[in-house]
Write a new protein. Structure first.
Length: 304
């Protein structure tokens, strides 16, 4: 009797296993890879279909997205979500201005007061450069066991060329129509928002140091705490103005290099970023020469 029951159970289990193996798993779209490319490069690819790439903006980055369908039916990507955070703005180093502030000696750095105008209007933009989550409906079909690739152009309309970086996290909604959505999410990705990075050359900084020295000498041949150096909305004592200027420049290059290193982690083409990093490294090495030049200006009497 027990043997007969065991035989029946074995048969039932075997049948259930067979049915389970035959059951369709549906479309199970998995994220294979996300890289950051340039719009121009995508449009220039051999065999690129202009109609399919009509939304790629040439001078903006694109997320190059590869997906795979691990199911045994056709799968879909229905919607993409882009979470924008980690905003980083690297400003230009303003040309310095030497000012006399009668009766207001400056012995330490002071933030200058900025004049602000009231807004004269407001306008909505498609992709504001502000932290938040932005979504887009898509319709990507992926056959069972197949892979697919599509691109998402990132357009931050307020971005300043070469100065804005941000971090994105991509989430895809997949699955079959009428079924619960399945989500897959990428790692955080750092993006240079618009165009190549920009920074001042050591030659430009050297010229500006000469300008500081000459103007301070003109305003106060014997030195005076009333004569100050203003740049990037901060007033500096003339006694440290040149050194502060070089330090600001060095910090900018270091921040820019760190941001580009983050961009490098997900770059579709590393060549351009590595070239920028090489140029930054060369300019960073020359910062010490700029400090020595400032010291020479003082020693020569061009700056009291």
């Amino acid at each position: 009797m027990l043997g007969a029951i065991a035989t029946v159970l074995t048969a039932v289990i075997a049948a259930w296993t067979t049915l389970r193996a035959r059951r369709k798993r549906g479309g199970e779209v998995a994220l294979v890879d996300v890289s950051v490319g340039e719009g121009e490069a995508v449009l220039a690819e051999p065999g690129a279909d202009v109609q399919l790439l009509g939304e790629v903006v040439p001078d903006r980055p694109v997320l190059d997205i590869a997906v795979r369908n691990d199911g045994d039916r056709k799968g879909f990507v229905r919607r993409v979500h882009v979470e924008l955070k980690g905003l980083l703005y690297i400003p230009a180093l303003d040309p310095p201005a030497v000012l006399r502030l009668p009766g207001a000696p400056v012995n330490s750095r002071i933030r200058a007061q900025e004049r602000r105008l009231g807004p004269s209007g407001s306008y909505a933009v498609d992709f504001p450069l502000a932290e938040g989550s932005y979504s887009r409906t898509v319709n990507q079909e992926v056959d069972a066991g197949d892979v697919d690739r599509f691109v998402l152009s990132l357009v931050s309309r307020e971005a300043e060329q070469g100065k804005d970086f941000y971090q994105v996290r991509l989430t895809l909604d997949g699955g079959r129509a009428g079924r619960a959505r399945k989500r897959v999410t990428s790692d955080p990705i750092t993006v240079l928002a618009y165009g190549p990075p920009s920074w001042e050359s050591p030659e430009v900084i050297e010229e500006r140091l000469s300008s500081i020295a000459d103007r301070v000498r003109e305003e106060a041949p014997e030195g005076s705490a009333e004569v100050t150096v203003l740049f990037n909305a901060i007033v500096h004592p003339n006694a440290t103005g040149m050194e502060d200027y070089v330090a600001f420049y060095e910090d900018k290059l270091k921040v820019l290099a760190a941001a580009l290193q983050e961009c490098l982690k997900h770059a579709a083409d590393e060549t351009r970023i590595r070239r920028w990093l090489d140029e930054l490294e060369r300019d960073l090495i020359r910062v010490e020469q700029l400090r020595l030049y400032a010291a020479e200006l003082r020693a020569s009497g061009r700056h009291p």
